[in-house]
Design a protein around this ligand. Structure first.
Ligand code: NAD
Length: 252
């Protein structure tokens, strides 16, 4: 029960990697708020996750400051505190550089990058106040990607946003270190979720992924949840500003 007594917000927690993280955190003893723009999926996730512990679903668009404000208020109202934030909500848009439309660029940036900034700042302000009042610091985890390092020419906006997440993680870690608040990121490789299916649906795409993945298989959401559980726990008490890649050994 490494997270016993902790309260976590997991954005994009209704499906995929976020859902697996919420489940793992509940199994590790945390109370969890899953914040997702998809109300129906959030309600269904809340119901199925309830067998593992105390969980609440909040409808939230992470790119909207008011939604984020309401999310934090809801979490504090329901559970009295927030210790952990996982900035996991993310979207992908398939387009190369010459074809990418401004509206798609803005959409991807607003969810992946601005959303992580808004949620990160709101929760960090709460954590800083808590530390000043003598409380425990807590930690923040951002969801990056191997695409932060290996640019994919058909996912231009996504790659740029994830590169930004790595740098956001470093500046947040530096800003919050004086308070003992740790900020890290996870860089997943190809993980079996709806998001992956949206960009790699056919056999040729799967073959390409496997050819660049030394472990020779696509990852499971639970394998990212394990990394998140480590980063949120006391076992990672001296780890901050890092991106941990969980990508089946991808080196190029
Ligand atoms: P997913 O599409 O399965 O789930 C994403 C969830 O985020 C959904 O429940 C969706 O409703 C929610 N969401 C989307 N926009 C939102 C918004 N504006 N506000 C709140 N919630 C919103 O995707 P996933 O594969 O589980 O991805 C989760 C994270 O992991 C993303 O940040 C993604 O970029 C990252 N990632 C995924 C992979 C992969 O291969 N699946 C690889 C690297 C990084």
């Amino acid at each position: 029960m490494a997270l016993k007594g902790q309260v976590a917000i997991v954005t994009g927690g209704a499906k995929g990697i976020g859902y697996a993280i919420a489940q793992r955190f509940l199994q590790d003893g945390a109370k969890v708020v899953i914040a997702d723009i998809d109300e129906k999926a959030g309600t269904a996730a809340e119901k199925s996750l309830a067998e593992w512990g105390e969980v609440r679903a909040a409808v939230c668009n992470v790119a909207d400051r008011l939604h984020v404000h309401n999310l934090l208020a809801m979490a504090l109202g329901e559970f009295g505190d927030v210790d952990i934030l996982v900035n996991n909500a993310g979207i992908v848009h398939k387009a190369d550089f010459l074809d990418l439309e401004e509206s798609a660029f803005d959409r991807v940036m607003s969810v992946n990058l601005k959303g992580s900034f808004l949620c990160g700042q709101a929760v960090a302000r709460h954590l800083v106040e808590k530390v000043k009042a003598g409380g425990e610091p807590g930690s923040i985890i951002n969801m990056s990607s191997v695409n932060a390092v290996f640019a994919l020419p058909d996912q231009v906006a996504y790659s740029i946003s994830k590169g930004g997440i790595s740098q956001l993680t470093k500046v947040m870690a530096l800003s919050l270190a004086p308070y003992g608040i740790r900020v890290n990121a996870i860089g997943p490789g190809s993980i079996m979720t709806d998001l992956l299916k949206a960009v790699a649906s056919d056999k040729a795409a799967t073959k390409k992924i496997l050819s660049r993945t030394p472990l020779g298989r696509i990852g499971e959401p639970e394998e990212i949840a394990g990394v998140a559980a480590f980063l949120a726990s006391k076992d990672a008490s001296y780890v901050t500003g890092q991106t941990i890649y969980a990508d089946g050994g991808r080196l190029g």
